[in-house]
Design a protein around this ligand. Structure first.
Ligand code: MN
Length: 241
């Protein structure tokens, strides 16, 4: 039994190397595992589940082939692909997870998050997050024609220079107290998240208990994943793309 975790692939037609690395991952390492968790920012941008771009349909096909071949696929949205919804999940054969979600990872209560909600010091982003997660805001945006949403996404990408939290190199790190509070509230001793592009494993003291925060990396120059089995502690792994 093996469970894998990935995040922050930021898949886009502009990065065929990352796209190819993901396809190889799905037909290699992921196929050898039983379960795959994708923890947000899988896509660089998501304009709605009705997007019929060939690039998107192809990625969904790879996910579908994975879930159709008897593998479990779980998906959590990130701050780039937060508009992903039930229709995408249905097409991919994935189960959508809310952020945070606590799972029993081979006996260890483990909280899964994308990670953006832990970066509470970025007030500009926290305000955007609150606005953009409101159902009414999303409904209004998704009601616009596809072409218009494509134009908005394009415009946002060009504007991203002025919004620091949209730039990878300016992503603030998590607030340590927020991590401990979240884990205590949810009764978890391990946390797995991405978003910050600071892959690492951090030991934590949770009262009398030793805890751990594992941070996935983004798929820029390397691909990053966490591998967990029943017999060994989860390990953060990397490979050159
Ligand atoms: Mn992110």
């Amino acid at each position: 039994m093996t469970t894998l975790f990935i995040s922050d692939l930021h898949l886009t037609p502009e990065r065929p190397d990352i796209t190819r690395a993901f396809q190889q991952f799905m037909t290699g390492k992921a196929l050898e595992a039983d379960t795959l968790y994708i923890l947000g920012d899988f896509f660089e941008v998501w304009i709605g589940d009705d997007d019929d771009a060939p690039y998107v349909l192809n990625i969904i096909k790879w996910l579908r082939e994975y879930s159709d071949s008897g593998h479990q696929l779980f998906f959590m949205c990130g701050n780039r692909d937060f508009l992903i919804g039930d229709n995408f999940a249905k097409a991919a054969g994935a189960t959508l997870l809310s952020d945070p979600t606590v799972i029993d990872l081979y006996g260890i209560p483990t909280v899964l998050m994308h990670g953006d909600s832990l970066c509470t010091q970025d007030l500009e982003y926290m305000a955007f997050r609150q606005m953009s997660r409101a159902p009414a805001w999303q409904t209004e945006l998704l009601a616009k024609p596809l072409a218009e949403r494509r134009a908005i996404a394009q415009h946002l990408r060009q504007q991203s220079k002025s919004m620091s939290s949209m730039k990878a190199e300016d992503i603030m790190d998590v607030t340590p107290e927020e991590v401990v509070n979240t884990m205590n509230q949810l009764g978890a001793t391990r946390m797995i998240h991405g978003h910050t592009h600071r892959p690492n494993v951090h030991p934590l003291q949770l009262g009398d208990t030793q805890g751990e925060r594992m941070v996935l990396g983004d798929w820029g120059e390397k691909l990053w994943w966490i591998e967990a089995t029943a017999d060994s502690a989860p390990t953060l792994r990397q490979e050159l793309i």
